[in-house]
Design a protein around this ligand. Structure first.
Ligand code: SAM
Length: 383
């Protein structure tokens, strides 16, 4: 039988309080795990050391360093995003009021905020799953300290590994989740909700968010382009370094960069989370530029309907903790108002990517199995 990845890893030694411990050896073990990129294991190793020597400074710092690698920094900024919290709270109150007996499933609990909102709104039973171990341990602690542990149970697992009835007493009636990056799909919302619909939710469960749209705009911005591109600098041609630049999007705030928009915003994908899955898709949009210029990047963002009438977005100029998704083109493309460009948008279930061609160029070959075949002229549809 082929060895699995975990067979090939160093075994994690067990430490018992009565072991004749050589702390230095265990600290070295923590450092090794960290250097191997096994941050959760490294954190556990340091925790074991702290269990025996709670003032061990190297273990304390090592644990924190390992946890920081596993837990993204954006949690704090996200938790301070009042608009996000208020809109989720409003939608959750509405959904719980409509069905107070609902079993609620919160996928990706983080601090437990949405699960506790559901409990505060009157839900009697909320199951909150969190796939990252150090986060899940903390979710339980927050929920307990806040006094919601009678209503909220925490499952330290990825939702895609949960089963009914082992982790969830029965299929849930209400799903709340916020696993969305600036480009909507980057945290796996499509596959995660599709899996939940199939295995964890009742057929008529309320799914929050219910819809998500991706909206894109053509942008001229030398300043953004430079975030992904170099040329001649300081007497050297550094252009070969661009083979390392990203072909996909990165997050940045459009309005904090000098830029001109070269088209109206246009809807690229519109997902109904009651039916959507992570099957790769593509669409082709004919865009009429609204100004002449050098097209450096496609800026895109989402509008996420939590429930009908309650919508959250990260549109430019909007100071949500989410920035916009920016995909720089490999080379700028000159555009003119009278000459439509074709914007090919594809997603692989987790990442949206664009290619641009002028109307006369042939379309690219794609490795995307399913296309919706649309060719839409968006001039009139643009907002
Ligand atoms: C963006 S945070 C949201 C946290 C919290 N729900 C909130 O709104 O404040 C997403 C969290 O979901 C977790 N996560 C992502 N996908 C998951 C999945 N399929 N199952 C369990 N946890 C998941 C991540 O580890 C992360 O902690």
């Amino acid at each position: 039988m082929e060895p699995t990845e975990s067979d090939l890893m160093d075994p994690v030694p067990e430490i018992h309080a009565d072991d004749d411990l050589e702390l230095a050896q265990f600290l070295r073990w923590g450092r090794d795990l960290h250097h191997q990129g096994r941050y959760e294991d490294a954190a556990k190793a340091y925790e074991l050391i702290l269990g025996l020597d709670r003032d061990n400074e190297e273990a304390r710092i090592g644990r924190n360093r390992a946890v920081r690698r596993a837990v993204p920094r954006w949690h704090w900024e996200m938790l301070h995003d009042e608009e996000r919290a208020e809109l989720y709270d409003r939608a959750i109150r509405q959904a719980v009021a409509a069905n107070p007996d609902a079993l609620v499933l919160d996928i990706g609990a983080g601090s437990g905020l949405l699960a506790m909102m559901a409990a505060r709104a009157g839900a009697r039973h909320v199951v909150a799953c969190e796939g990252q171990e150090p986060v899940a341990e903390t979710t339980s602690r927050v929920v307990r300290v806040a006094g919601y542990d009678d209503a909220v149970s925490v499952v330290p697992k990825m939702s895609t590994r949960m089963t009914v009835p082992e982790d969830l007493p029965r299929r849930a009636d209400l799903l709340v989740t916020e696993i969305v990056d600036c480009g909507l799909l980057g945290e796996g919302i499509l596959g995660t909700i599709a899996h939940a619909r199939e295995h964890l939710l009742t057929p008529d469960a309320t799914i929050m968010p219910s819809r998500g749209r991706i909206i894109a705009q053509l942008v001229e911005s030398e300043q953004l382009f430079r975030k992904n591109h170099v040329g001649k600098l300081y007497g050297f041609d550094l252009a070969p370094f661009n083979r390392l630049s990203t072909l996909e999007y990165f997050d940045s705030r459009l309005h904090r960069h000098e830029h001109r928009t070269l088209s109206d915003p246009l809807t690229v994908f519109d997902f109904d989370f009651r039916t959507a899955d992570a099957t790769p898709r593509g669409t082709e949009l004919r865009v009429r530029p609204t100004a002449a210029g050098r097209l450096h990047a496609i800026a895109f963002w989402f509008e996420m309907e939590l429930l009908p009438g309650i919508t959250l977005d990260n549109a430019p100029g909007h100071d949500s903790h989410w920035k916009q998704a920016i995909q720089c083109l490999p080379v700028p493309v000159l555009v003119q108002p009278g000459e439509p460009v074709v914007l090919d948008a594809v997603h692989d279930g987790e990442c949206v990517r664009f290619t641009v061609r002028t109307g006369s160029e042939p379309g690219p070959e794609r490795d995307v199995p399913a296309r919706d075949g649309t060719e839409r002229d968006v001039t009139e549809a643009a907002r």
